[in-house]
Design a protein around this ligand. Structure first.
Ligand code: TYM
Length: 331
């Protein structure tokens, strides 16, 4: 896998159901830019166990998510797709990075604060150390760019600091990665509460998120119930978070400009807005759901792709880990 293209790395956790926020904030961009970069995409199951998981369900969800990423358009001829735990160097490098990362830097991570608040009975050291595993994922592949939603920006800044610190103290080893965050879709909000990010951990709330496997009926119902306001004006006003969120979703699927969308909806009401947003989402997700339903039945094909992906990833990971380990004086 040697090209002159910049290398992209990104990951997604196999917890809960992949939702519209994951798709519009990250996966859709991975898919659309596959020709421009050399791509490495990873289903990060070792990250998932930083919170308690049912082992059987975790395993199933891991393969389901791999099938879903292929259904979304990740092309194994253009991208390496693999499961994190199949390449042990992720956790090995995470240990080296843990040994050079100040506790203070980890304490500042807003995701640790959020997740530990939401799960007060399960605050384990792995959750605290999560960002080092994420830095290892990125640095292991000497990745130039990391396409993510806005919520991951702080983690990527930490990965950058860690790369700079390692290179300074042990000699030039890692590429300092840049986040790649889209203007539209970087932060899709919950439909039930547009002041909160759409998240897998709130998927127990029936109208919070749209899963990529939701049926058209469910999508219509959820969007109909989406929180808006009483102003009745359809415009990209950030402070009116509900309408803004629906318009953003519409924009991501239709690829129109904000001006075009505002003029399309001039004089129309929220009922029409919701109807058209639902149509755009249903049509956008239809090919993905159809392809997923086929792929999930083709387990041999899926496993073959993941084996090849892990072998490709392993080669790069072994080389980088060996280099880092030796630089630190480990034999
Ligand atoms: P995860 O699994 O929570 O989310 C996967 C991707 O989806 C994006 N995302 C969103 N984008 C827009 N709006 C939302 N509401 C929304 N919710 C999630 C996330 O920003 C992410 O890009 N720590 C990462 C996984 C990870 C990773 C990595 C990412 C592990 N190692 C290395 C990049 C590079 C996470 O938990 O993502």
């Amino acid at each position: 896998m040697q090209t002159n293209k910049l290398r992209v790395f990104s990951g997604i956790q196999p917890t809960g159901n992949i939702h519209l926020g994951n798709y519009l904030g990250a996966v859709k961009n991975w898919v659309e830019r596959q020709d421009s970069y050399e791509n490495v995409f990873c289903v990060v199951n070792s990250h998932a166990i930083t919170l308690p998981q049912n082992p059987k369900i975790l395993k199933e969800k891991t393969y389901d998510l791999c099938a879903m990423l292929l259904a979304c358009g990740i092309n194994p001829k253009k991208s390496t797709l693999f499961i994190q735990s199949k390449v042990q160097e992720h956790t090995s490098l995470a240990w080296l990075l843990t040994c050079i990362t100040p506790m203070g830097d980890l304490s500042r991570m807003t995701q640790f604060k959020d997740k530990s608040q939401k799960n007060p009975k399960s605050i384990f050291a792995g959750l605290f150390n999560y960002p080092n595993l994420m830095s290892a994922d990125i640095l292991l592949y000497k990745s130039n760019l990391v396409p993510v939603g806005e919520d991951q920006k702080q983690h990527i800044e930490l990965a950058r600091d860690t790369a700079i610190r390692f290179n300074r103290d042990f000699g030039e080893t890692f590429v300092v990665p840049e986040p790649l965050i889209m203007q539209e879709g970087a932060r899709i909000m919950g439909l039930d509460d547009p002041t909160k990010k759409m998240s897998k951990s709130s998927s127990d709330k029936p109208n919070h998120s749209i899963a990529l496997i939701d049926t058209p009926d469910r999508i219509v119902k959820k969007i109909k119930k989406a929180t808006t306001d009483s102003e009745g004006i359809i415009a990209f006003h950030k402070e009116r978070a509900g309408v803004y969120n629906l318009l953003t979703i519409y924009q991501c699927f239709t690829k129109q400009t904000q001006e075009e969308i505002e003029s399309e909806f001039a004089g129309l009401g929220y009922g029409k807005l919701k109807e058209r947003v639902a149509e755009a989402v249903i049509e956008g997700l239809r090919p993905i759901r159809e392809s997923y339903e086929k792929l999930i039945l083709e387990q041999d094909y899926l496993h073959k792709i993941l084996d090849v992906g892990a072998q490709t990833a392993q080669k790069i990971a072994t080389a980088t880990y060996t280099e880092a380990k030796e630089k630190m004086g480990l034999i």
